[in-house]
Design a binder for this molecule. Structure first.
Ligand code: F6P
Length: 382
């Protein structure tokens, strides 16, 4: 822990703050490096706040970040500043709860801005953390946002950094499951993260040659999955790979959660892979096993794509601060990095459109979504 010490701060340069909040993901350090290096070249000092928004208040925890002390972090997973999705700012948004920060908390943050003489604060986070940033902006504090999450569920940006790295990890898992599933004639169920959006399952399912993809956006049934397993057996394929998003709803409409909703947190999803494998084991002769990929998807270094995206987002976030475009969030609208208001970005979760080109392409190739549309080729005239 680095307690705030005004004497360690370079008083000759105007100051930009940065914090990383919410669940970590690959690419956070690449953003930090992009911010520090580009800010330094524009004459600014960067102060890194530790432990997400927690570092902003009593006790203030921050340290000066320089091109020297952030050298070599481009490829490093996690975040050198630490992060939390719990604590005093741990009020979440999204499917469960709406955010509201108590006034004394906002006042404490305001005092920290004054004490550290921040010209602007870059908040790197997902929808929960960016909603906190929005509250601070509405209270008159100069903040800008950088979208981060492996879930890829933020509006107004084609991709969040961290997503590609998570998909890479899930695809690698599918490649490995492929060989063992085919050796043992098994059905293997892979549960991946993504909260209430199916992006990771969809992209990994396509990239890893999955046979069945189950996502929250498309209702499915056990009969649908079994129809695909039977189809494959008829074609001489005695193994099947099922990829399921943790937030996919069971045919009953329920989601499977590790813990029930708590007052300060969203539902902790998880367990659907186990549930599906138990149900399939009751219904078919073939052996069914499951794997939960869990936090492996969040760990490790960023892919090349995420390194490039995260670096650009960091640099353009500094530009927003310098141009005093507070209340905005950098976003990726290929091929450009652009910006939108944070309010637009956190208004609604971005989920997989069931009629998207990726879903249609998967269906056209015979990938099953466990629903009744499986045998309809979306590209043939009705
Ligand atoms: O939002 C990122 C994410 O990894 C989700 O995919 C997952 O549901 C959640 O965070 C897990 O949170 P925690 O690390 O607190 O268990």
């Amino acid at each position: 822990m680095t307690a705030f010490d005004a004497t360690t701060i370079d008083s000759t340069r105007p100051r930009i703050g940065i914090l990383t909040a919410g669940g970590d993901c690959p690419g956070l350090n690449a953003v930090i490096r992009g911010v520090v290096k580009s800010a330094y070249r524009m004459g600014y000092e960067t102060l890194g706040f530790e432990g997400g928004f927690e570092g902003l208040v009593d006790p203030i925890r921050c340290r000066s970040l320089t091109p020297q002390n952030t050298s070599g972090i481009l490829t490093l997973g996690g975040t050198i500043l630490g992060s939390t999705n719990r604590g005093r700012f741990g009020v979440t948004v999204g499917e469960d709860l709406k955010l509201s920060l108590p006034e004394p908390m906002i006042e404490a943050v305001r005092q920290t801005f004054q004490k550290t003489q921040l010209q602007g604060l870059i908040c790197v986070g997902g929808d929960g953390s960016l909603s906190i940033a929005l509250e601070l902006h509405r209270a008159g504090l100069p903040v800008v946002g950088v979208p981060k999450t492996i879930d890829n569920d933020l509006s107004c940006t084609a991709f969040t950094f961290g997503f590609d790295s998570a998909v890479n990890c899930a695809t690698d898992a599918l490649d490995r499951l492929h060989t063992t599933a085919s050796s043992h004639d098994r059905v293997m169920v892979l549960e991946v993260m993504g909260r209430h959006a199916g992006w990771i399952a969809l992209h990994a399912g396509i990239a890893g040659g999955g046979d069945v993809i189950l996502i929250p956006e498309i209702p499915w049934s056990y009969e649908g999955i079994i129809a695909k397993i039977d189809d494959r057996r008829r074609m001489g394929k005695n193994f099947t790979l099922v990829v399921v998003a943790e937030g996919a709803e069971l045919p009953s409409g329920a989601v499977v959660a590790r813990e029930s909703v708590q007052t300060d947190r969203q539902t902790l999803l998880g367990g659907i892979g186990n549930e599906i494998s138990q149900q399939l084991n009751k219904r078919i002769e073939q052996e069914v096993r499951y794997v939960v990929l869990g936090h492996l998807q969040r760990g490790g270094g960023p892919t090349n794509f995420d390194r490039v995206l995260a670096t650009q987002l960091g640099v353009h976030a500094v530009r927003l601060v310098v141009q005093k475009r507070f209340g905005e969030m950098v976003c990726y609208q290929p091929p450009q990095i652009d910006s939108v208001t944070i309010a637009e970005a956190v208004g609604e979760l971005r989920r997989v459109p069931p009629d998207s080109s990726a879903v249609a392409a998967a269906r056209a190739m015979g990938i099953s979504f466990g629903d009744t549309l499986d045998y309809i080729n979306p590209f043939l005239p009705e």
